[in-house]
Design a protein around this ligand. Structure first.
Ligand SMILES: NC(=O)c1ccc[n+]([C@@H]2O[C@H](COP(=O)([O-])OP(=O)(O)OC[C@H]3O[C@@H](n4cnc5c(N)ncnc54)[C@H](OP(=O)(O)O)[C@@H]3O)[C@@H](O)[C@H]2O)c1
Length: 238
């Protein structure tokens, strides 16, 4: 039986990912803060699964919670670090900004590092990190969020080099979504895709052990443009 842990499984992409991985016979470990959402999800999935509450704002405690889940599940093949916070940055409010940094950078790093160390000891595995198209540009209204996602993509790139140098069969997949219809989106910009469609593309990338995937693929062209176009053009549209 294949086994996976999804960190950030209580909503949006992580919730749908649990549904689609369970349909492929994965046994799942479901992590996030909202226990009732995770229990409800676990109950609707075929098979038997595990629920572990965690709050990435307390990275040290989250590390122990991930370790406990890994111990109880044993022999986990896949760990998806999906938890993320994206909030309005109109007011440059430190409470808002620091939560994004703590979850998207500090919490993300703690989970990814422990996942990698687990796979090295196990001899194989697959780490998936959910970054964003936002990794490739920034705007005056979303500075910290974009900065945190640039960190996520860069970190996973480095982790991939480490995995390759280890000569172990460890895959690192960077997922970079554009606009996906989840509770995180305040409005529905042009190009927003249903979460079911987005997650089926993520699952395909996982099954193919891709290094990196844009969701949907058209965003790869947009990301490329951000490196070519002058900043004043990007400022006009983003
Ligand atoms: N939707 C998009 O258009 C889009 C685009 C690009 C990238 N992304 C990325 O995709 C990922 C999933 O986002 P989503 O769109 O599915 O949003 P979402 O529906 O708001 O889901 C966010 C998930 O993160 C978890 N989370 C938030 N704060 C947490 C904390 N302190 N500790 C542990 N878990 C926490 C939430 O669980 P609890 O609240 O229960 O803890 C929830 O499961 C994020 O990393 C996001 O940045 C989304």
């Amino acid at each position: 039986m294949k086994k996976a842990i999804i960190i950030g499984a209580s909503s949006g992409i992580g919730y749908e990912l649990a549904i689609q991985l369970a349909a492929q016979d994965y046994q799942l470990g479901l992590m996030a803060r909202r226990q009732e959402r995770l229990e409800e999800l676990s109950a609707r999935l075929p098979g038997e699964h595990f629920v572990q509450i965690t709050d990435l704002l307390d990275a040290d405690k989250a590390r122990s919670q991930l370790a406990a889940l890994l111990e109880v599940m044993t022999d986990v093949d896949l760990i998806v670090v999906n938890s993320g916070v994206g909030a309005s940055e109109k007011n440059l409010d430190w409470v808002v900004e620091s939560e994004m940094i703590d979850v998207n950078v500090r919490g993300f790093t703690a989970m990814s590092m422990d996942a990698m160390n687990y796979f090295i000891l196990r001899g194989s595995g697959h780490l998936v990190g959910v970054s964003s198209l936002a990794a490739h540009f920034s705007t005056g209204l979303a500075l910290t969020y974009h900065g945190t996602k640039a960190y996520v993509s860069s970190y996973l790139n480095g982790m991939r080099s480490r995995a390759i140098h280890s000569k172990l069969p460890i895959t690192i997949t960077t997922v970079e979504p554009g606009f996906i219809d989840t509770p995180m989106l305040e409005n529905r910009p042009m190009g927003t895709v249903p979460v079911e469609k987005a997650v089926s593309q993520i699952v395909r990338a996982i099954n193919l052990k891709k290094n990196r995937v844009f969701i949907t693929r058209r965003w790869m062209i947009v990301a490329g443009l951000f490196y070519i176009l002058p900043n004043w053009v990007i400022r006009k549209f983003a």
